[in-house]
Design a protein around this ligand. Structure first.
Ligand code: NAG
Ligand code: NAG
Ligand code: NAG
Ligand code: NAG
Length: 278
């Protein structure tokens, strides 16, 4: 074996072994800066949603986590217009955060299947966890990664379980606001006939169904009340904003985004400067 290979394997083994109990401490300041795991957040959106992408790049560009390596990517189907080919090429050159799947946006079904099933083939690396998120959700990366840190790295399905009032993560599936699968389940979706034969229907519900049919995801976690719909939205899945929030969903209008940004003090870190007066 090449010495460099041996060293690489040793580093891997070392990294797998560093789950010490103090990492579970609620005091985030005590976390070491070594990244414990990796997470890909794929935000499913449409090519034409330029403004939303611009805004979400700001929202996620100013967040990070000492616990995890987090990559945020925007995911959509085939481009359909000439202007997209130019504007999105520029975005990719500048940000390199776009995944264009082989699907068509006006197809009602299968984008989620295409997303998960394509990843092992198109990514040049693996992640411990893969998230599918909406483009109208506000995710707080530090609480999100803190909640994932102690969880199993395999056979794991995490999110906000539907129906709204269910407190049983096995009843019955995770809401499309944002849910996470461990990498082994992403590979299973790519390879198994069960998802491949069941791609038509409500997509997020189907994911739960695939996992049930395949007797997969024995580790399921529903994070209530930390994940929820924006106050006043459809009642049952929503509640007031709370400090220990991981995800707020159905943030559609600007006034709602501003309320969320204010509540979580997102812009409070701005330092005084002679260059601006905000
Ligand atoms: C893309 O999807 C089309 C239609 O489903 C299919 O015919 C084609 O082979 C796919 N191309 C690739 C590169 O997967
Ligand atoms: C997406 O675009 C590629 C390249 O233009 C094409 O080969 C493929 O068939 C398209 N897929 C669908 C589902 O329309
Ligand atoms: C999936 O569909 C194929 C073709 O129709 C069939 O041969 C296969 O048995 C099915 N697999 C499952 C798990 O349903
Ligand atoms: C935002 O800042 C205020 C004032 O410092 C503080 O009282 C409040 O707890 C903070 N909110 C959150 C969600 O951290």
């Amino acid at each position: 074996m090449l010495p460099s290979m041996a060293a690489a394997i040793l580093i891997v083994i070392f990294n797998l072994g560093v789950k010490t109990p103090y990492l579970l401490s609620s005091n985030i300041q005590n976390y070491p800066s070594t990244k414990q795991f990796s997470l890909l957040i794929g935000i499913l959106t449409r090519a034409d949603n330029y403004d939303r992408r611009h805004f979400l790049r700001l929202i996620y560009g100013i967040q990070s986590s000492p616990l995890a390596e987090v990559d945020v990517k925007f995911v959509f189907c085939n481009l359909t217009k000439q202007e997209q080919r130019v504007l999105i090429a520029l975005e990719i050159l500048r940000f390199n955060d776009i995944i264009i799947l082989n699907c068509s946006e006006n197809m009602n079904n299968g984008k989620t299947y295409t997303y998960f099933s394509s990843l092992p083939r198109i990514l040049s690396r693996t992640y411990n966890y893969v998230m599918k998120a909406d483009d109208d959700v506000f995710l707080r990366l530090l609480p999100l990664t803190s909640s994932l840190q102690p969880l199993p790295r395999s056979d794991c399905y995490y999110g906000f379980v539907i129906p709204c009032q269910s407190m049983n993560p096995f009843v019955s599936y995770m809401s499309g606001m944002g849910y996470i699968l461990s990498w082994d389940l992403v590979e299973w979706i790519a390879n198994s006939d069960i998802p491949r034969n069941n791609t038509y229907g409500p997509e997020d519900k189907l994911v739960g169904r695939w996992l049930d049919l395949g007797q997969k995801a024995r580790n399921r976690f529903s994070n209530k009340p930390a994940m929820y719909d924006y106050p006043g939205k459809n009642g049952r899945c929503s509640h007031e904003l709370i400090p220990d929030t991981i995800a707020v969903h159905r943030v559609k209008r600007w006034d709602q985004w501003f309320a969320v940004i204010n509540y979580f003090n997102v812009t409070k870190e701005l330092r005084p400067s002679k260059l601006y007066n905000v």
